[in-house]
Structures are given as C-alpha cells and as structure tokens.
Design a protein around this ligand. Structure first.
Ligand code: F6P
Length: 357
C-alpha cells in the first residue's frame, strides 16, 4: 500500500487539476495499491489535518477545469515558524499530520514561496515531491511552469482588445500584467499582443525614455501607443534604493498600482490622457490551454513515477522539452528572472519595442 498526500498552495493557476489528475492516473494505472488524500486549502489543511480521501472518480473530468479542486491559500514562508491563529506550531503540526496518517509521500503543487516550505519539510525528514505551478513562470530549474501559457493567452487577448479601442480613439493605453518580481508574462504577452513599450521588473525604466518612445511613435504617424507594464515594474531611481527603503516609498504612493503612477507621469509630461486596464486575476482564471494541459499531465505522470520509484526530495520540471527531476534544494529560494541581455530582449528591441531603458 502506498499512501500519498496532495496539496496545492499559493496563488492558483490553470492546470492544477490537470497536474493532480496526471499524478493520480499514473498511480492508479500501476500494479500498486494506492490511497490518495487531498489536503484542503494548501498547507492549512496539512496543519489542521483537514483532508479528504480521493478516489479515481475525483480525478475524472477535471483535465479542463481551472482553479484547484482542493482549494488553496497562502502560508508565507517568512511566518512559517510563527504559530497559526489557533496557536499551533505550523511545522510540527504538518509533520504530525503526515506521520499520524502514515503517509509515504506528499505531493506539493506550488510556486516560489511554496517551494521554500516544501524544502523545509524535506529537511525535516518528510518525503516530498513538488510540481511547478504559477502564471509567473519564475521557478528556478524548469523552463516552463504550468499556468504560464494559459495566462499568456489571456493577457495577450487583453492587449488585443485594447488595440482596437486605442486605435479608434488615438489614445495611450497601459495594460498592467501580473508579475511582481519577474516580467515573463508581460514580456511574452507584450510581444504577442504587439505592445509598443514593455516595462518589466528586471529592466527598471527611465520615464523620460518612456515618453520619448511615445513621442517617437506619434512623430512617425502612429495614432496610439500601448504599454504592457508588469505589476512589479519600477523606475530607475527606485530600483537603485535598498529594498526596505523602496518598500517604504511604495507604501506612500497615492496610486493603486505602478501603472497609474506611470499614467499620471505621462499625462504631466505630455499633456495626453492615458487609460489604464488591469486584467488582474482574470489572468489566473478559466480553463488551461492545451499546452498547459499537456505540460501538467506530463509533470504529473513523472511525479507519479517518482512516487513509485521512491525518488523523493525533487521537483518534476521541463528542460529543453524533456521532463527532468530537479533536487528541491536547487529550486527553493531562487528566482528565475529575465536576463536584460537575453536574446529575446534584443529581438524585441529589434522590432522597435522600447523597454524604457
Ligand atoms: O504568483 C502568482 C500571482 O498571480 C502574481 O502574478 C501576482 O502578483 C500575485 O500572484 C497576486 O497574488 P494574490 O492572488 O494574493 O492577490
């Protein structure tokens, strides 16, 4: 008998259900007797011991369903050693639930923060396997995370929709795309949607250069300009400050997000009105695209194999189109960011996109 626990943690994304289905199908198709338990609402369920037993039927019909059938929540890693609202020690509670249930392994689907906690549990002696989920595509050790391609479709659509109205009115538009720490989604959706200016956290912008790019377009006869701006974009002056000082300044901003600050600056410097569109959590919603269904199924199947082979302490990822097993300690605490000198940036600049640098 193999007893497997499963949980989804952090912000949701498309194809979480598809990935869990991949794990379950692989296990149920083996000649082993398997029991699968799903913890509710992320690490919370593991801490409080709230779970449900999942049979074959629970994994049926979920390949195309967005969200997560287990629910999710954020349990910040920096607070992992602090007691929860009920005064429970989180780490020892998680270990106790795992031991009391006689689990052989725990599958954790999560992003960057989740990988830190997963690695901690591994260090504490639990058998952990992780799967890389996030629309941000910023997990170290894998070329791609599931959720990213689906979110890219949605963000690209948002830019496409804005194009027609921007053209009709001859306006400047900002489409704000998710990604606080990295700009993968903004960069790719920005190129796919034909944005004229792309601002990402990895390339702090100079507002003068942004305005110059807008004016250059206007001089060339373009009626409108579209900026794809990542949530975590920041001006050069702010990026030069130590993180804590930057955070303090950001707290005092009168704007709901960076895009509104940029819009106000452009208005001040050019006299032109700027409209801001924020697709927000829509980018995490709905059905996974076919690419994500395939990726999540492949990664899930690999995690199933890892369980059968007792190959724990690793994340299933994809590198050069092949599924790989990456030691969890190589993943946790690292961020996969865009190199400002990467060829994709040069190519984007080559087709006239400005990064405000
Ligand atoms: O990590 C995924 C993500 O969607 C980020 O792109 C975004 O900045 C963040 O989560 C939003 O978090 P929340 O759902 O807690 O508002």
């Amino acid at each position: 008998m193999i007893r497997v626990g499963m949980l989804t943690s952090g912000g949701d994304c498309q194809a979480l259900n598809a990935a869990m289905r991949g794990v379950a199908k692989c296990l149920f198709n083996s000649d082993k007797e398997v029991e699968i338990y799903g913890f509710l609402d992320g690490f919370k369920g593991l801490i409080t011991g709230e779970y449900k037993k999942l049979g074959r039927g629970d994994f049926s019909g979920i390949l195309t369903k967005g969200g997560t059938m287990l629910g999710t929540s954020r349990t910040p890693f920096k607070e992992i050693r602090e007691p929860d609202e009920e005064g429970r020690d989180k780490v020892s509670s998680m270990k106790k639930t795992y031991k009391d249930m006689g689990l052989d392994c725990l599958i954790i689907l999560g992003g960057n923060g989740t990988h830190k906690t997963a690695n901690l549990l591994r260090e504490e002696g639990l058998n952990i396997i992780t799967l890389p989920k996030t629309i941000d595509n910023d997990i170290y050790g894998t070329d791609m995370t599931f959720g990213f391609q689906s979110a890219m479709d949605i963000a690209t659509n948002a830019i496409d929709y804005i194009h027609t109205t921007a053209d009709s009115h001859g306006r400047i538009f900002i489409v704000e795309i998710m990604g606080h720490k990295t700009g993968w989604l903004t960069l790719n959706a920005g190129i796919a949607g034909g944005a004229d200016i792309i601002l990402i956290p990895e390339i702090p912008y100079d507002i003068e250069k942004v305005v110059k790019a807008i004016e250059k377009r206007a001089r060339s006869g373009a009626k409108f300009t579209i900026l794809a701006v990542a949530e975590g974009s920041m001006p050069k002056e702010l990026a030069a400050l130590p993180k804590h000082e930057r955070k303090e300044i950001e707290k005092t901003s009168p704007y709901p997000s960076v895009s509104y600050a940029i819009a106000a600056k452009i208005k001040e410097m050019t006299g032109n009105d700027v409209r801001v569109t924020v697709p927000g959590h829509m980018q995490r919603g709905g059905s996974p695209c076919p690419y994500d269904r395939v990726l999540a199924s492949r990664l899930g199947a690999e995690a199933g194999k890892m369980i059968l082979e007792k190959d724990f302490g690793k994340m299933a990822g994809i590198v050069n189109r092949e599924i790989v097993r990456v030691p969890m300690e190589d993943v946790a605490g690292k961020l996969k960011t865009i190199d400002p000198n990467a060829s994709i940036i040069k190519e984007a600049k080559g087709i006239g996109i400005s990064f405000g640098d």
